[in-house]
Design a protein around this ligand. Structure first.
Ligand code: HEM
Length: 395
């Protein structure tokens, strides 16, 4: 994973490559990949972006959690967390607010991703065909949003600084277009395609991490008590000074046990359990020859569940991170977000979303989870979407 795209490149099953388009960030290599990755990662980790998105995440989490009070039991955590994170994701990528457009986009996107892992036959009626059609409709919808943004930019005779960059689409739209020099600008269809493709790694991962955090905490009452204690104390301290309860992203990041719960959840969840690569030349690793053209599956589960890396790896133990912090080489032993030049640009955003969700969940509700199991293939899911019954905590 640490190579520079000249030894191993991504290689996905045919249904995925068909659906993604050849200029997707997930498939491109070399200098174009470096440019697009750098733009998106730079934007998502900027303090200005995180400050702004924290309020959006809070609004979405608070609104959706408040509805739980009047919902009939059981509440299905997997569905509920998906609502929250989809709202955040489209805000990050193209600033769509909740409403009819968002609902339509969600429906089409769900139809689109159903075909990611399927038999790659492209005939009317097949799964792949339906998903390709959904992709065409998505391209149209996102293309319209892009057109509007482009016109707004042109009408205000925008230079880099006059209209603030609000989302990933803005970032890509402005790239190379400054000083009216359009020659280095990214083509519009490249941008539209990539906005849709960036929804793929962002859409299911964060809600599944939230759902599994609830699952692991339900099975570990001592860890849940400690998490609640830390977050209740944080809430009390905050309310002393500012009863409006608006927290900064740095507040969330400063809760050590909560961060350890998130790391431990990501280690055990293995939401992206592996990545696919293809050898560009003969490669020798630890005495084994991987011939040019062969595919390699870099398994993160094997890393995270290896006793040599983590003692009692199947035990949910957030405290292990207090001891591990200095010792673990994160590049090779903790890889939920991958590594090297393809390291997930949504890493910090995901941790922030998880922190906000856990904070509002444990300070507002107690819950009892029904029996449920985790399915690991082809993607991580709960067998029964994790049904829980909640009771409000009065503070
Ligand atoms: C818990 C949540 C998440 C996990 C576990 C996760 C995991 C990963 C992993 C393992 C990769 C590397 C893939 C590879 O090497 O081929 C990746 C790439 C990527 N992720 Fe995430 N991801 C998460 C959330 C997000 C979010 C919220 C976004 C969107 C805002 C996002 C956007 C991306 C993109 C665009 C890439 C491709 C990067 C590239 O190839 O240059 N991810 N993610």
């Amino acid at each position: 994973m640490q190579n520079h795209g000249n030894t191993f490149i991504p290689a996905y099953p045919k249904s995925i490559t068909e659906l993604m388009g050849k200029y997707s960030i997930l498939q491109i290599n070399g200098s174009l990949h470096k440019r697009v990755h750098g733009l998106i990662a730079g934007f998502l980790k900027s303090p200005q972006f995180k400050a702004r998105i924290t309020a959006d995440i809070e609004n979405s989490v608070k609104l959706n959690l408040s509805l739980w009070r009047d919902m009939q039991s059981p509440i299905y955590v997997q569905d509920e967390t998906q609502k929250i994170t989809f709202e955040v994701l489209v805000k990050v990528l193209m600033s769509i607010d909740p409403g009819e457009d968002l609902n339509l986009l969600k429906r089409e996107f769900e139809e689109f991703i159903k075909g990611l892992i399927c038999i790659p036959i492209k005939l009317p009626g097949t799964r792949l065909y339906k998903s390709l059609k959904a992709r065409e409709r998505l391209l149209k919808m996102v293309g319209k949003i892009l057109e509007v943004k482009k016109m707004a930019m042109e009408n205000t005779n925008c230079t880099q600084n006059t209209i603030p960059v609000k989302d990933a689409m803005d970032v890509l739209l402005r790239e190379g277009g400054e000083q009216n020099n359009e020659t280095h600008a990214l083509p519009l269809d490249f941008i539209t395609g990539n906005i849709i493709e960036m929804m793929i790694p962002g859409e299911e991962t964060v809600p599944m991490a939230m759902t599994l955090a609830v699952k692991f905490l339900s099975d570990s009452p001592v860890a849940l008590d400690k998490l609640r204690e830390e977050n209740m104390e944080f809430k009390r301290q905050k309310n002393k000074f500012d009863s409006s309860e608006n927290y900064a992203w740095t507040d969330y990041m400063s809760l050590p046990f909560t961060q350890n719960v998130i790391s431990e959840t990501l280690r055990m969840a293995n939401i992206i359990n592996a990545v696919w690569r293809k050898a560009q030349r003969d490669v020798e690793i630890k005495g084994y020859l991987i011939p040019k053209g062969w595919c390699v599956l870099a398994s993160f589960t094997s890393v995270h569940m290896d006793e040599e890396n983590y003692k009692s790896p199947y035990q949910f133990d957030p405290w292990r991170w207090e001891k591990l912090e200095a010792a673990v080489n994160y590049n090779t032993r903790f890889t939920p977000f991958g590594g090297g030049q393809r390291l997930c640009p949504g890493l910090e955003l995901s941790r922030l979303e998880l922190s906000v969700f856990l904070h509002h969940l444990v300070t507002n509700y107690r819950w009892v989870a029904e029996k449920d199991g985790i399915v690991h293939f082809p993607t991580v899911k709960m067998k029964r979407k994790l049904p829980i019954t909640v009771t409000s905590i009065s503070t």
